[in-house]
Design a protein around this ligand. Sequence first.
Ligand SMILES: Nc1ncnc2c1ncn2[C@@H]1O[C@H](COP(=O)(O)OP(=O)(O)OP(=O)(O)O)[C@@H](O)[C@H]1O
Ligand SMILES: [Mg+2]
Length: 285
Amino acid sequence: MQIISISSLKGGVGKTSVTLGLASAAQARGIPTLVVDMDPHADATTGLGVRQDVGTEDVGTLLSHPRRVSLAEHVVPSGWPDTRPGGTAEADAGTGGVGSAPRALDVARGSSRTSLFERPTTRPRELRRLSQLLESVTRYALVLVDCPPALNGVTRMAWAASTDVLLVAEPSLFSVAGTERTLRALDLFRREYAQGVRSTGVVANRVRPASTEHQFRLGEMDRMYGDRLLPVAIPEQGNWQQIQGAAWPVHAWPGETAARSAALFDELLAAVHRPLKDRRSQRRH
Ligand SMILES: Nc1ncnc2c1ncn2[C@@H]1O[C@H](COP(=O)(O)OP(=O)(O)OP(=O)(O)O)[C@@H](O)[C@H]1O
Ligand SMILES: [Mg+2]
């Protein structure tokens, strides 16, 4: 099971948007995926169309006693249409039937209770809470963990449970510098507490291709991050707030612009999601 934390030191750079884009791409490919919403604001939960009154426990509550609960009993299906061939999206459009395959996209819903774990800590008992919770889920090939914008307890707990960390950065001076600090903090943390992390990457988001400043910052990111900078950069998208506001997957949104966004997230998923055998042979960097 590949567990990818989507993190940044800075707020508002697009962690949740990248999480939702990757979830949409994974669902369209039929990859059994779980989104774990670790942000106390629970934006990913909202964006995935999951309500808070679904009758299961939120991840913050489960983290309080991770050994005594089964996360598998508390995950809920996303509220998105199923974009797999034969899924509900096609059924709604009258082009196919609802597939009989098990659902592809589940959510461990977030809530403000995760803020209880936002204290800075290096105590192994605290850092292991999410890993212990994830031990009870086995049916997913991919777990996407949407982190809050800080390197405190929750993000550290997510890193300690992860096989990969994806940092999101905007091509601006402060974000580039913040990401560099985050990479250094991550390297130190990996050595001591997160030895399961195999790879770390950076994805540039909200890129305006016509902006000279953005092109300059992208060049700087290339020099600073080397092969950690992923080959896919996500441009500023005019209709994202509308798609996210509708709690809809980009792969099911009509129009050319959404189709281009969906294709970019397919590429990003291909860059970060590797079958287990490839990850075993991948060199650490
Ligand atoms: N590539 C993009 N194009 C257009 N809008 C974007 C893009 N990426 C993010 N946004 C918008 O920017 C805002 C912040 O994005 P998002 O919530 O994904 O950031 P975040 O890093 O998760 O924030 P936080 O730190 O608060 O959790 C949202 O309104 C989102 O729709
Ligand atoms: Mg967010």
